[in-house]
Design a protein around this ligand. Structure first.
Ligand code: C2E
Ligand code: MG
Ligand code: MG
Length: 654
């Protein structure tokens, strides 16, 4: 409360000054009153004890014996009783004509006192002084006496009141008057001190409470200026500050910062169907969930509408995706609004500092750009990359087309056989997706899977692939019950709901779990190995087989391979094609086969194009083959004929 003490101190000064001024003014006033009292007393003495006994002659010629006797009589009493301390009669020129202390003394010439002259002209002069304090008296060798009111009163005889015959000089003792004056002064001073002290305290209290209220209010308005009223989250202005601060700190420490923008996908529907009040409530729920899912140093701000900004300072670039997916998942949990269960689907775009942008402005813009891309696909997480061409709406157009294409059935599956290396029997078919684009023709997965993966369209795409492949498998298993189907699953598909969803689809199509193989690339384990492992363990436990696709390309440590829930290794096509000419690649293939077997895994070689490679792989102990030597991927309706042809060529019975 330093400001309170400061205020109290600052107001004390003028209050004390006012007190001193008041006290001074009142003292002067009281002194003047005392003086007036003295004057009145002097006048009364002149009226009663002197004037009635004067004949009317000027005192300049002295008193007649009669006058002297009478005045001696009346004034000696006054002197004796102490009513006056000194009483003299002077002529107008100041000559002492009579002194009550020594009535018989002769007239004594004296220097003309100014007061005498003034009194002779104006009737009365009174001052507060001491007995014999006048220079004239001191000159005469008199000693200074007690405090008194020295009054000079013009004297005239009763017979001729308008003629001033002389001046009466009296010293009236100040003691009794002073006592009165002091007591009234004490009283006044006390009143002033108490009054001002009370006034001051009241002022301090009032100002303190007003100040407190003003401070509270200014704090509140400061909060309002920087926060969103609906959700209480920082607003765009504060978000800008936080971004700047995070980047500045990152500049010092060398940390990375992630800037993400989250946009709800179907907020308008919520608003339209449940009303604005529920829409607001929904936004509050979203805000709470976002805030709860972040670390204490992170920022989540409402940028307006259904758009939220997130700053993740000091973050590892490869952890960002997992954090954002966690955010998305927490939004995806059901919330109840007026008895209706709804979930929030959100698209997220983000950009990394300093990797993705050189200036804060560019970082903000690129996160927005990533969001735009994410929104096209709905409910996806997209990181900015130079491929998001800021000036190429064509790519964004392709995303929109793919989204529509998935729904309208433009995707097709081709199937490529996996053949037993020793018996030549067809064991399974790998489902490989193509896009029958209305204008561009049949597009290979390389032309659209990366886009799907970077936008979140991979979700619906994989769902379509799995569903179609299982529907197909249900048909085939009527004819060939031992056959399996393999589908490719992207890292981005490894979400919590995947196992439940797949088991649900298996049941729906009445396909056994053992007839489904999920091909997962090694890199899927790289981002979030614990999560990926957990999800796949759940599926393996249900009987679904997992195959590690493109093995050898990635970074799976051989040590961890034993802990992954996989039952098959697919040696990357690159090694298989190259082994014919490169001893090194052949050695790699040989050791992968060896390792796979030691871990109890089936080893598959993909990209088998020649008889030589096939023979070599077989001699190395490879279990299963896949490649153009047997067949290119073919449309579903050619599969049965293909099986027959392949089996006939190796003499396997149908
Ligand atoms: P992958 O899973 O490794 O699939 C094998 C790829 O090798 C297929 O290419 C196949 O046509 C090709 N291939 C097969 N035999 C040979 C051969 O003897 N020589 C050569 N040079 N190539 C051969 P495709 O169909 O173009 O697929 C490419 C990749 O696209 C796949 O690699 C897979 O990673 C991805 N993909 C395909 N379909 C899907 C899908 O439905 N979902 C996902 N997520 N990815 C898919
Ligand atoms: Mg594959
Ligand atoms: Mg492969």
């Amino acid at each position: 409360m330093w400001w309170f003490a400061a205020y109290a101190g600052a107001t004390l000064l003028p209050v004390v000054w006012l007190g001193v001024l008041l006290a001074h003014t009142f003292t002067e006033e009281v002194d003047a009153a005392a003086l007036r009292q003295g004057e009145a007393q002097a006048q009364a003495i002149a009226d009663a004890a002197v004037e009635p006994f004067l004949s009317g002659r000027s005192l300049a010629v002295g008193l007649t014996p009669t006058e002297r006797d009478a005045i001696t009589r009346t004034t000696s009493n006054l002197l004796a009783q102490g009513t006056v301390l000194l009483l003299r009669l002077r002529s107008n020129d100041g000559t002492i004509v009579f002194d009550a202390a020594d009535p018989t003394a002769p007239m004594a010439a004296s220097t003309v006192d100014e007061e005498v002259q003034e009194a002779a002209e104006h009737g009365m002069v009174a001052t507060l002084t001491r007995v014999n304090a006048d220079e004239v008296d001191l000159d005469r060798g008199a000693t200074e006496g007690p405090q008194a009111i020295e009054a000079y009163v013009a004297i005239s005889a009763l017979s001729e009141p308008e003629v001033t015959v002389g001046v009466l000089e009296v010293y009236i003792p100040f003691e009794s008057i002073a006592a009165q004056r002091n007591s009234s002064l004490d009283h006044l001073r006390l009143s002033i001190v108490v009054g001002l002290a009370v006034l001051w305290m009241v002022l301090v209290v009032i100002v303190a409470s007003v100040t407190r209220r003003v401070r509270r209010q200014s704090k509140r308005s400061e909060f309002l200026a920087l926060h969103d009223t609906l959700t209480g989250l920082p607003n765009r202005a504060l978000y800008g500050d936080r971004v700047a601060a995070a980047l500045a700190a990152a500049g010092r420490t060398g940390d990375d910062v992630a800037l993400a923008v989250v946009d709800l996908d179907r907020f308008k529907e919520v608003n339209d169907t449940l009303g604005h009040r529920n829409g607001d409530e929904f936004l509050r729920i979203v805000a709470d969930r976002l805030a709860a899912a972040l670390r204490p140093g992170d920022t989540v701000a409402r940028l307006g509408g259904d758009e939220f900004g997130i700053v993740l300072p000091r973050v590892k670039p490869d952890a960002v995706e997992a954090i954002l997916r966690r955010l998305q998942d927490s939004l995806g949990q059901e919330a109840e609004l007026e008895g209706v269960a709804i979930t929030a689907e959100a698209s997220v775009g983000y950009a990394m500092w300093p990797e993705d942008a050189a200036t804060p402005e560019a970082l903000l813009r690129r996160a927005d750009l990533a969001l735009d891309t994410a929104k096209v696909a709905r409910a996806s997480i997209v990181r900015y990359h130079p491929g998001i061409d800021e000036f190429d709406p064509q790519r964004l157009g392709l995303i929109a087309e793919l989204r529509r294409g998935i729904v309208t059935g433009e995707l097709v599956l081709h199937y490529q056989p996996k053949v037993d290396a020793h018996s030549g029997e067809v064991l399974a078919f790998e489902a490989l997706v193509r896009w029958q684009h209305p204008v561009r023709g049949l597009l290979p997965p390389a032309d659209f899977i990366p886009i799907a993966e970077s936008t979140g369209l991979i979700g619906p795409l994989t769902a379509w692939v799995v569903d179609s492949a299982l529907a197909q498998m249900a048909e085939w298993s009527k004819i060939r019950p031992g056959l399996s189907v393999a589908v490719n699953i992207s890292a981005r598909n490894l979400r919590d709901e995947l196992p439940g969803w797949i088991l649900n689809r298996l049941a729906a199509h009445r396909v056994k779990a053992s007839q489904l193989v999920l091909e997962i690339t090694e890199t899927s384990f790289a981002t979030d190995p614990v999560r990926a492992t957990g999800l796949l363990e759940e599926l393996s436990a249900a009987g679904v087989r997992v195959s590690l696709d493109d093995f050898g390309q990635g970074y799976t440590s051989l040590g961890s391979l034993g802990h992954l829930p996989v039952s098959e290794l697919k040696i990357d096509r690159g090694f298989v094609v190259a082994m014919q000419h490169s001893a090194e690649d052949r050695a790699i293939v040989a050791s992968v086969i060896e390792l796979g077997h030691q871990l109890g895994l089936t080893v598959v070689a993909e990209g088998v194009e020649t008889e030589e490679v096939f023979a070599d792989l077989r001699s190395l102990g490879c279990d299963t083959m896949q490649g153009h030597l047997f067949s290119r991927p073919v449309p579903a309706d050619e599969v049965m004929a293909l099986i027959d042809r392949l089996h006939a060529s190796v003499g396997v019975g149908g």
